[in-house]
Design a protein around this ligand. Sequence first.
Ligand code: NAD
Length: 716
Amino acid sequence: MIYQGNGLSAQLLDDGIVELCFDSKGSVNALNIATLEEYKSAIIAIGECIDAKGVVVTSAKSTFIVGADITEFTELFKTPDDKIAGVFKNSSDIFDMFEDLNMPTIAAINGFALGGGCEVTLVCDYRVADTTASVGLPEVKLGLIPGFGGTVRLPRVIGIDNALEWMTGGKPYKAAKALEFGAVDAVVAPENLKSAAIEMLKDAIAGKFDWQAKRQEKLEPVALTPIEHAMSFNTAKGMIFAKAGKHYPAPMILANLLEESVKLDRTQAMLLENAAFGQVAKTDACAAQVGLFLSDQVVKGKAKKAAKIATKKVERAAVLGAGIMGGGIAYQSAYKGTPIVMKDINNAALDLGLNTAAGILTKSVDKGRMTAKKMAQTLNNITPTLTYDSIKDVDIVVEAVVENPNVKAAVLKEVEANVSDDAIITSNTSTISIDLLAQSIEKPERFCGMHFFNPVNKMPLVEVIRGKDTSDETVAAVVAYAAKMGKSPIVVNDCPGFYINRVLFPYFSGFAQLVLEGANYEKVDKVMEKQFGWPMGPAYLLDVVGIDTADHCTDVMAAGFPTRMAKISNDPSSVLYNEKLLGQKTGSGFYEYSKDKRGRPQKAVNAKALELFSPICAAETEFTNDEIIARVMIPLVNETVRCLEEGVVATAAEADMGLIYGLGFPPFRGGPIRYLETVGLEAFIETADKYAHLGEIYQVTDGLREMAASGKSYFN
Ligand code: NAD
């Protein structure tokens, strides 16, 4: 053994071949600070080993190296950019040391070699992948750029245009594709990987391949004429900006970096990468995207834990109601492999539910995303019925009948009388209290809310709503079932609006007040979409949700929080509701909806709405973009903080992911709490205090003031 560490070892095999094998203590190899230090020690030991003639880099795990351990870098990213650049210079020096070993080197890639894992392969002279391999540099997905020399080496290995495509897109590439790009030199069957790599290495040692020349290409500037250089970057930069947009700076920082660094040798290019890494790590988008990744891990981790501890496993399900939601729930369960009975009270509704599922499936097949066989299997997994007979042996029931407390109460009673003693019962209600519905259930511990979002097949969030009597086993089983359906479940406590609607309606309320004060709602939408980054501004979202649904929900929130969320008199949405202008579903709300000559949907400000608002709203008044953002976002953030303080949602990570999954909160802002911390608690409070006279929704909690004073973070 030449070197033995905790996460890797270097061993001398026959014929002077050294195997540098990554084998961390965990289930996968990830590059953390300790492993990087061991990597350095191993490289020094190999360099000093007089018998060593070549190095093969392998992984003892089923996957090569999944990337850097980002959790270790978050504290570093809070330090100044030159400090970050310095730390990354130390790391990239280690990679350079490997590249400078005085012998040929080869990576044997199995499974994922992503980010830092891919960079470990790029310092090798050759790369052999097996057919399971996927390689790529996905750092932009975290708002970052490669930091271990990837920006220097990839353009020199696969060319500038390809490298830009790889690094600004952040996609992983399967072995065969990577071979086409020249990112790997050969693809072999998994059982032949190590032997094939060693054979190639022996050929290089024997001088059959000119490994020195191959290595030299990575050390020099990329050979391009000024015209070729200008053409590559002019076209690419335009496309990259158009695709990434102003909210995601990393791809453009990367393109600007490469524009300079490809003209330089490795040493100088690496210094530019180190500096650019320091710059990108300090952007708000990076903090938010890294935070988002970590929060997503929290949500996924909780779902995994639930699946482990759930005593009741869901193998068969039932959904009651074959409407918009029931049809979607049936599709999703069936598609992800849990057979589901779909019950309604009439055949026409059942046909509609089945057609919903068939429609989604047909689209997937037409687009080549699904085989006809998988479509048939999915449809076979749905059993339509008009009677309760076939729900007797299901493990879970999702009630998704009309939103009427009396109908739901009656249906839940019938359900309990027809299912087994240990079956779980859930409701997809969007506004009715889970504790109220639980009164219709004899064993309320087996009951909770399971709130899906429309359209079910596309929206990732499921709110799992715990009532006061819901048992932990029930919550665990429902979380596990939601995850099995491919959804991201977040457990929340029962309260009016649950979590998502509870924070959304104060936002709508802030919007209503702005419109009453004379704000132009089309401008408000534009600011919230283009500047803040929401997929839809508040007026458009209200139209899509349905003005009737929103009006009903406003009543529920007002009843639940009579002072803070009292219904505003002359709320523009209520005015539209009274005139039956219900939004997209009626073709007319804040906007008018039509189709152009090619059948593409169009929307334009609704003159009728303006006419209706004119007597109730102040004369058109100019609000700055910052005012607009503050007026609608402060109520949403304040309510999110209240939900955290009251324990409606357990952690800031879940609070953030809930809004990202459920409402499309701009991911580059990381969620409402990350946004609050990016603005800064003190600064947020200062702005909110300016608007405190407008009502309780603008008034920050004492808890938030204490957090600000203590300098603590919601994420600790
Ligand atoms: P929908 O009107 O499209 O469908 C309701 C279905 O329930 C109809 O097919 C009806 O025939 C059926 N039904 C009525 N009584 C029944 C009974 N006794 N047994 C079996 N089926 C019965 O409604 P929807 O939009 O699918 O909403 C269903 C539930 O989901 C509601 O509680 C709603 O609040 C909730 N929800 C809706 C949305 C949404 O955007 N539509 C989003 C989240 C939650």
